[in-house]
Design a protein around this ligand. Sequence first.
Ligand code: ATP
Length: 339
Amino acid sequence: TRVLGIEGTAWAASAAVYDSGRDGVDSVFIETDAYEPDSGGIHPREAAEHMHDAIPRVVERALEHARETFDGPIDEPPVDAVAFSRGPGLGPCLRIVATAARALSQALDVSLVGVNHMVAHLEIGRHTSGFDSPVCLNASGANAHLLAYRNGRYRVLGETMDTGVGNAIDKFTRHVGWSHPGGPKVEAAAEDGGYVDLPYVVKGMDFSFSGIMSAAKQRYDNGVPVEDVCYSLQENVFAMLTEVSERALSLTGSDELVLGGGVGRNARLRDMLAVMCDQRGASFHAPDARFLGDNAGMIAVLGAKMYGAGDTLALADSRVDPNFRPDQVPVSWRDGEPE
Ligand code: ATP
């Protein structure tokens, strides 16, 4: 199976080609053009303008790759389906991506597949780990939640009660005057920091970042060295995510954890999760960096699974959904797999 995936929920205009390969060796080609705000955070209108410019470019490059690597008959399309992110994300960006995907599937005369971006963050970890039924911690910009499969859907076991984890960190770095994205800068600064007290907010399976972020800004304004604030921010925020991940493993009885989302690039978060899993005899997997932040590779991979299950979209049903939740997706592609 060969699927062209298109992603553009927020900042990454990205297109990819997934090829399931002949001898069980698959490949993913990804072309991404990132929107980088000059100042401040992601501005929805500027992000949509970026999509408008960049999506045709990255799609053309992915198509070129698909044509170059296609060894089928010359009159056949070089992919079997076109998959796109339907949501969650910024409405104006999603609509540009969906328009491109519809046009391409019509032009190539192939199936259209609508992918939930958060389920794709999870499934790419399941795909690259080979784990059967893992719990997934999605730690991305606009989201933070724990998912596990039960009765045909990915259930949200716990989630942030306010902002996503990456956005929370980025708000602090904007306050400090650092450019977007802030996560990698906090990680670098934390190397030279020590601990100062910050709030730690876990309520059952849910958690909250807004109190910690306000306190972090206050500490910084009161003259606490920024390295110490960054260090403490990482320790508290990632310990919260680790605590809830452990509770999710315990609750589900699963012994597999996968990490998804751009904040998953953080080595301290990965370390904490690995230590926790190790101590309870569970396996931990974080996909390669190229699959962690937003990327069309994960859309193409899940698109191929959905296409294989016949889970395709009619044009008339292909509207985007900026608030698309993972538990709204009937999981068609795991039929016959154990729960
Ligand atoms: P979503 O996937 O929820 O729609 P998004 O598109 O903003 O959100 P991603 O691309 O998954 O999210 O992740 C981007 C976020 O990852 C940014 O907030 C960025 O600061 C954060 N990030 C990237 N690298 C690191 C790092 N090394 N440490 C911490 N955070 C990081």
